[in-house]
Structure formats: C-alpha cells, structure tokens
Design a protein around this ligand. Sequence first.
Ligand SMILES: *[C@@H]1O[C@H](CO)[C@@H](O)[C@H](O)[C@H]1NC(C)=O
Ligand SMILES: *[C@@H]1O[C@H](CO)[C@@H](O)[C@H](O)[C@H]1NC(C)=O
Ligand SMILES: *[C@@H]1O[C@H](CO)[C@@H](O)[C@H](O)[C@H]1NC(C)=O
Ligand SMILES: *[C@@H]1O[C@H](CO)[C@@H](O)[C@H](O)[C@H]1NC(C)=O
Ligand SMILES: *[C@@H]1O[C@H](CO)[C@@H](O)[C@H](O)[C@H]1NC(C)=O
Ligand SMILES: *[C@@H]1O[C@H](CO)[C@@H](O)[C@H](O)[C@H]1NC(C)=O
Ligand SMILES: *[C@@H]1O[C@H](CO)[C@@H](O)[C@H](O)[C@H]1NC(C)=O
Ligand SMILES: *[C@@H]1O[C@H](CO)[C@@H](O)[C@H](O)[C@H]1NC(C)=O
Ligand SMILES: *[C@@H]1O[C@H](CO)[C@@H](O)[C@H](O)[C@H]1NC(C)=O
Ligand SMILES: *[C@@H]1O[C@H](CO)[C@@H](O)[C@H](O)[C@H]1NC(C)=O
Ligand SMILES: *[C@@H]1O[C@H](CO)[C@@H](O)[C@H](O)[C@H]1NC(C)=O
Ligand SMILES: *[C@@H]1O[C@H](CO)[C@@H](O)[C@H](O)[C@H]1NC(C)=O
Length: 786
Amino acid sequence: MALIIRATVLILTSLACAQDYDSSPPVYPSPLTSGIGWETAFTQAEAFVSNLTLEEKAQLVTGTSGPCVGNIGAISRLGFNGLCLQDGPLAIRQATYASVFPAGLTTAASWDRELMYVRGLYLGAEFRGKGSHVALGPVVGPLGRSAYGGRNWEGFSPDPYLTGVAAEHTILGTQQSGVQACLKHYIGYEQETQRNPGLSVDNITIEAISSNIDDRTIHELYLWPFANGVRAGVASIMCSYNRVNGSYGCQNSKTLNGLLKTELGFQGYVVSDWGGTHAGVDAINSGLDMDMPGPIDRSQNSSFFGGNVTEAVNNGTLSAERVDDMARRIMTPYFYLQQTNFPPIDGEEPTLNDEFPPYEDQFILGPSNVDVRDHHAQLIRQLGAAGTVLLKNTNNILPLQAPKTIGVFGNDAGDLVDGEYFSGSTFQNQFGFEYGNLPVAGGSGTGRLSYLVSPLEAIKGRAVQDGTLVQYILNNTLITSPGGLGGIVPVPEVCLVFLKTWASEGIDRVSLEADWNSTGVVHSVATYCNNTVVITNSGGLNVMPWAENPNVTAILAAHLPGQESGNSLVDILYGAVNPSGKLPYTVALNESDYNYALITNSTELVETENPNAWQSNFTEGLLIDYRHFDYYNQSVAFEFGFGLSYTTFNMSGLSVAETVFGNISSLPDPVLPVPGGNPSLWGVLYTVNVTVTNTGNVTGATVPQLYLSLPQIPDVGPTPVNVLRGFDKITLQAGESRWVLFPLTRRDLSYWSVSIQNWVIPSGSIGINAGFSSRDIRQSSQMTVV
Ligand SMILES: *[C@@H]1O[C@H](CO)[C@@H](O)[C@H](O)[C@H]1NC(C)=O
Ligand SMILES: *[C@@H]1O[C@H](CO)[C@@H](O)[C@H](O)[C@H]1NC(C)=O
Ligand SMILES: *[C@@H]1O[C@H](CO)[C@@H](O)[C@H](O)[C@H]1NC(C)=O
Ligand SMILES: *[C@@H]1O[C@H](CO)[C@@H](O)[C@H](O)[C@H]1NC(C)=O
Ligand SMILES: *[C@@H]1O[C@H](CO)[C@@H](O)[C@H](O)[C@H]1NC(C)=O
Ligand SMILES: *[C@@H]1O[C@H](CO)[C@@H](O)[C@H](O)[C@H]1NC(C)=O
Ligand SMILES: *[C@@H]1O[C@H](CO)[C@@H](O)[C@H](O)[C@H]1NC(C)=O
Ligand SMILES: *[C@@H]1O[C@H](CO)[C@@H](O)[C@H](O)[C@H]1NC(C)=O
Ligand SMILES: *[C@@H]1O[C@H](CO)[C@@H](O)[C@H](O)[C@H]1NC(C)=O
Ligand SMILES: *[C@@H]1O[C@H](CO)[C@@H](O)[C@H](O)[C@H]1NC(C)=O
Ligand SMILES: *[C@@H]1O[C@H](CO)[C@@H](O)[C@H](O)[C@H]1NC(C)=O
Ligand SMILES: *[C@@H]1O[C@H](CO)[C@@H](O)[C@H](O)[C@H]1NC(C)=O
C-alpha cells in the first residue's frame, strides 16, 4: 500500500525540470504523516487531535504572544499546557543562569562526534530546565556557500557531510534530553542581504532574494544535512525567509511537500521562520504546518493562520484532513518526547521577551531564574579547546614553556565593557563592539552570558605559576600608532595578538579580514616582536594576509568558544590540551579567491522597482569552498581539514572491504518511506580501514579523514575532485597505533541523477583518499563498484 503511494508521488516529482532556475514545480497534495518511527506517540496524537474543535486546531498551528520567543497556547480542557519555543543554536538565548556553549562553527572544528552529542544533550537539558519544549537549532542553512554570510557561524561547515554529522549528533543529544530540536533554515538561505521582502521608494513590494539552485546541487549540497537530521528523528524543521527558485521557502511545495515530506519522509512539522509566512491556505497546502510568531505586524487579531484556518475550512478552500495532519505533526513529537510532564516556563521569561508583550495570561509560569547550568562549563571549556585550530607553529614555539615575559595585544583579549548580551540594536552593525573578547556573535543565535572568562584574565591566572611578567595594550588605535608600543619593556619573549570578527543575523560581512585594523595590529606587533602568536575569535572564516610573516610564529583560529573562552585558550597555549581542531572551511590566500559565491547585492538592486529583481543564481553548483579550490587547482593558505598538533601522526595500511555482496549496482525501491529517505541509501556497502600512528613524543588526538573522488558524471554540472565521506577523532599516546574504520553508505558513493531523479552510483573508478586534511592525503586506493 505505502509502496504504491510512494511510487506515484515519485513519478509526479520526477516531472520537475531541474534546470528551470526561476520556477519551482508544484508538488501537491501535502503528504500525510503516519508517524513512522513514532508509532505509539502518533496514536496518542491522533486521539488528542480527534478531540479538538476546529478552533482549537487553528490555535494549535498558530503562534501567539507569550513568555517565549514562540508560543502555542494551552488547551487546558485536554491538559495541554501549550508549547514554548526558544532561540537558539548555542544557548537558550535570552535566559538567565544558562550556559553559553561554543558556536556551531567551533563544534564543527572539533570534528568530534561525542562532543557534538554531549553539547546537544546539555543544551537540551538547559532548555528543558527552563520549560522550553522546542530548541530552535541546530542550523545547517546557511551551509556557508558564501564566506561573507552573516550567520555561517551559527551552522557548522560548508561541507555537507561534516554538517550532516554535526546536526545529527546535536539533534540526538537535544532530543535525548526530552526537548524537540528544530533543524533550520530550510532551504537555500545563504545570505542576509534582502532575506526578507522590502518596499521600494514607491511602496512596491520587492520580494526577498531568490536562491536559484539546480536539482543536483540542492540534493548533493543543501539538502544533504537535512537528510541526516530527518533520519535522526528531528521533531521540527524551520523554513527560511528567502525564496527558492522563485517561490518563498515557507510556501514552496517542491521543497516542502516534495523534497522534505515525500523524498526524505519527514514526519514532524514545518514551522515558519518568524515573519516568514506570506500566505494562509497557499502556504498550508504547500506544506507549512505552524505559523510563527503568529500575529502579523504584532497585531494579536491578525494572522495568516488562526482565524483564517477556521474560515478556510468552513468555506471549503482548505481540507479538514490537512489541518488534522498539521495538528498531528505538531503533537506526535510532543508525545514521543514525553512532554506531557514538563517543567514550567521560567518565571523570569516574560520580562526577558521583548518580542511580543503584553500577552494573555494563559501560560503556567514556574519559579524565576532557575539555574540550569549544572556542570556544563567543563564541556564548554573542553569543546572550546577542541574547536581551536593550530595553523602555524614555527620551531614548536607552542606550547609555552614558562616564558619570562608575555605581551598581550588587541581589543579581543580583555573583558567585556558593553555588556554580556549581544542582542538588540546596539549590536546590529557591521563591527559589533570594540572592547572585549568575542566568545559568541550576535543576533538570535547569541546567548546571554552568565559570566565570561576572557583570554587576558585566564593568561594572568596561569602566568602566576611561572612568575611571568604580563604586559598588555588592548587599544588597537594605540597599538598601531607610531610609538604606541613604547610602554612595553622589555620586549616580551612571546607576543599574543588577539583579533576578532563580528557577525550577526541580518547583516552580511563586507570583509574577510578580522575587524578593527587587524592586519595593522599584527604588522605593528610583529615589527617589534619576532615571536608573535596570532589568535582569532571569529564569526566565520578569515583571510590572514600576515600568515607568512616570519615573525608571526604561531596562529590559532579559536572561533567562537563560548563562556570559557580564556580557559579553553590557555589550555592550548600551555599544552594542557594538545590541539586537535581542524578547519571546517578553507582559508584562501586572497579575499578575491572567494568570488565564486559573492553575496547578491548592488546599487541597481537596492534601487529597483522590479518586485522580482533579487535573484541569486547558484551557478557554481557543487563547487563551494574546497570543492572550488580543488577543482580549479588553486593554492590556498590553509586547506579544509587542516590543523596542527604538538605531536605528529602517520597513516598506513589502507584496505577496503565489501560489506554487502551481490548486485548492488542499482538502488532498490523503498519498501516503506522512512525518515531520512530511501533506507537503502543508508546501507553500508564498503568499509575503509587505515592505521594511524602517533609518531611524535606526546599524547594527542587527530582526525583521520576519508575523501572520495567520483568520476565526472555525464549529467549536470562539474563533479568535485574530492568530497569528504568519513572522519573520526582518535587520541593516541606517543608511539601508539590504532586502526580506524570508515563505513561507506550507498549515499556516500552516489550522485543525484537529474535525468533518473534518483541517487546513482557512477560507473567507473572511484578514488579513495585517506589523510589528515583535504590536501594531505597519505593513503590512496581505487575501486570500481559499477
Ligand atoms: C539567473 O538565471 C536566469 C536564467 O535562469 C537568467 O535569466 C538571469 O539573468 C540570471 N541572473 C543573474 C543575476 O545572473
Ligand atoms: C478523547 O475522546 C475520547 C472519546 O470521546 C475519550 O475516550 C478520551 O478520553 C478523550 N481524550 C482526551 C485526551 O480527552
Ligand atoms: C509609502 O508609504 C508610506 C507609509 O504608508 C507613506 O508615508 C509614503 O508617502 C508612501 N510613499 C509613496 C511614494 O507613496
Ligand atoms: C487573514 O489573513 C489576512 C492576510 O491574508 C489578514 O489580513 C487577516 O487579518 C487575517 N484574518 C484573521 C482573522 O487573522
Ligand atoms: C475562504 O476563507 C479564506 C480564509 O479566510 C479566504 O482566503 C478565501 O478567500 C475564502 N474563500 C471563499 C470562496 O470565500
Ligand atoms: C585608544 O588610543 C587612541 C590613540 O592613543 C586614543 O586616542 C583613544 O582615546 C584610546 N581609546 C581609549 C578607549 O582609551
Ligand atoms: C549591500 O548594499 C547596501 C546598500 O548599497 C549596503 O549598505 C550594504 O553594506 C551592502 N551589503 C553587502 C554585504 O555588501
Ligand atoms: C592601521 O594600522 C596601521 C599600522 O599597521 C596604521 O598605520 C594605520 O593608521 C591604522 N589604521 C587605523 C584606521 O587606525
Ligand atoms: C621581526 O622582528 C624583528 C625584531 O626582533 C624586526 O627587526 C624585524 O623587522 C621584524 N620582521 C618583520 C618582517 O616584521
Ligand atoms: C628575537 O627578539 C629577541 C628579543 O628582542 C632577540 O633576543 C632575538 O635575537 C630575536 N631573534 C631574531 C631571530 O631576530
Ligand atoms: C583493520 O586493519 C588492521 C590491519 O591493518 C587489522 O588488524 C584490523 O583487524 C582491521 N580491522 C577490521 C575491522 O577489519
Ligand atoms: C622526540 O624527542 C626526541 C628527544 O627529545 C627528539 O630528538 C625528537 O626530535 C622528538 N621528536 C618529535 C617528533 O618531536
């Protein structure tokens, strides 16, 4: 039965013309959930929904004002206390007495599945402790197509495989704590500029940017991590502000009904980004299940959903069955995660939510200022260090060995002076704040710090042990002024320069160098101090024009480490932790090297009267980040996957074993639709085995990486030279060896065939490359599957 239904839908979607950039094919009707994987909860949801009036169903799918960032009202008659949805991906954003964890970017740089999971677990515990049913994270869109994207740091990496693994483990952890994860933003949300519609000078609505993505690229890049998330059982998915191939992300029937609910078999609910709903019935029929924040323009009496849902069912323009499906999709994860018995919303919450006050007093509030931080600071410190990447270390000048004098320079080194919560208009600018360390960036993805350990504070604390003199200047203008370093006597044995890069929702970056005259600061310090160590805290990647300066002896990309920033860094600087972070992106030689995916923005478009003017054609296809640099054989400063250690590693003995025998050349039809798509795609066909040895003198962790080189495919667009298809993080003592297995699934070996409209293993030889970065391949082999 299910097989027949699915096959019909597949035939319908295969009519889609993939190369039609400016149109998105219609895919209707919206598939009904049957709660696959959540059967018991689905039965409970069915019973619950069958008892609801139409008005109550409309209420259940429509946000209302309340104590949380998003609120679904209570239905007390049935013992349902409502839903509380809170930002965001690295903290319960606005809460007091909550932890600020390392950002997604930092988490990706750790390449550590266990730490990814535990971060998700602790995040979930904090949301739960505050009475928040839904955590609005993790982020896999933006993926990071453009290096300039203002929110890339909220997500993980421009590599979809790494991002998929990170999202999956975050979701598993969060939901293990009984909190619904919300995987966002779906899909093609790769720039902030014109992410929402605006008005021209003549008050014509200028529609949001349209991300125009071809069928192969959407499958192999942007949809890929969402498949991992759906397979991990994510409760909800947030649709994005932008248009996709001309149609809004929250009413795009191809991406919602087609890709997400049919192809990936998603059983949960789609919630709009806040203000991302632009229609009622049309959005609902396209697959949108929940409208947030609900009210249009803060008017409690007006919503695209709400009363319009009731009216549309009553007047016959919307099917009652679809509304029941929406309600079941919302209630099934609630029952699955046993949220019927849930802590009350923190009593402080209403005073912290400046979004939609005042609200009707229908939410049950608990005690105020509940401390949910537990012992999470330990994990934060550990992950902050694990996500710090050592890029250069001339003559092993790190770790520090009881230096007699240290100099600390730059406005990123010290404590905060503009507050500990980087939300609101003060921080809605290109450069954030001048003085203070950057442990986290801005917008809805930030967190309210309950304290910050700055690098300077932690360095001073550690220096006492060795009697080290600590001298510092935190004023970049003074550092770069003639004679500005005159007060530093004697010249320090080692000079630590701290640089930062602000980034925030709503604003794309305009430069890839760190902010505040960073290159000038490095130049000034390095001219005077021949042992200069540069540390960056950054809401995204940076180019490093000073990387080759011989006086710059070490570089640490510390990303956004969270509240234990200084402690995480000192652990690395002094060798208490051996660095094992690897770049989750490429550092190019020049900023202009990233011009394959510039943010769509021009005076012409800003001054346009053409409602459809904002178009971003993803013409680079699959070739973003290292896929671009490898394809064009371009030199880079530091490649994807790269990172040094205080020890050294080697790799040997690569072997490949078949795990499934017989004819595996064609993809079997699914017996049942399963969350994550055709289950055969997840079957392991081969395992690759390599042996890794610590060839140095100290214990350390490293990340063996597996890349596949698929043949060029006679289909759409160029195929990347190498794609990441496996990694592991292992700790080895000096001299120790261990073998590592990389399971290869059918999806890992396949490309998306536009003509066949399915995943296909290419015929010909597939290269297997194992190493310690995308350009440090130590062991290679070939195999032919088809
Ligand atoms: C985007 O692609 C369409 C064709 O699909 C083309 O007409 C349009 O000019 C392109 N826009 C830009 C900005 O390149
Ligand atoms: C729903 O209705 C059924 C039948 O009327 C009843 O047995 C059940 O207790 C109700 N469930 C709830 C949650 O009210
Ligand atoms: C555009 O709308 C605003 C607000 O309604 C109004 O003040 C303004 O005069 C309008 N401009 C034009 C050109 O109609
Ligand atoms: C129904 O939707 C329209 C926008 O399409 C809105 O103006 C109106 O206020 C909504 N009605 C209700 C009852 O929310
Ligand atoms: C039915 O109600 C919906 C929602 O208010 C409205 O958009 C639509 O125009 C109505 N259709 C008819 C035929 O009355
Ligand atoms: C930073 O240094 C410059 C140049 O000496 C000076 O003008 C400015 O006042 C200093 N800023 C602060 C905050 O002290
Ligand atoms: C886009 O253009 C606007 C207006 O010209 C400008 O303010 C903004 O900084 C630009 N953004 C980027 C990312 O270039
Ligand atoms: C940036 O630093 C350089 C020194 O490296 C200095 O000459 C220049 O004046 C500084 N620029 C600003 C705007 O402070
Ligand atoms: C390196 O530092 C020394 C001072 O120890 C200085 O003389 C030299 O010019 C510096 N080199 C560069 C490239 O800044
Ligand atoms: C580096 O600077 C130190 C302190 O100024 C000096 O003793 C040493 O000779 C310099 N080394 C080089 C290679 O310039
Ligand atoms: C991996 O290879 C090593 C030898 O290189 C071997 O000892 C080990 O058993 C292999 N592991 C598996 C699971 O095949
Ligand atoms: C290991 O230590 C020995 C003796 O101290 C030294 O000669 C060698 O260079 C070190 N090897 C590495 C890889 O650091």
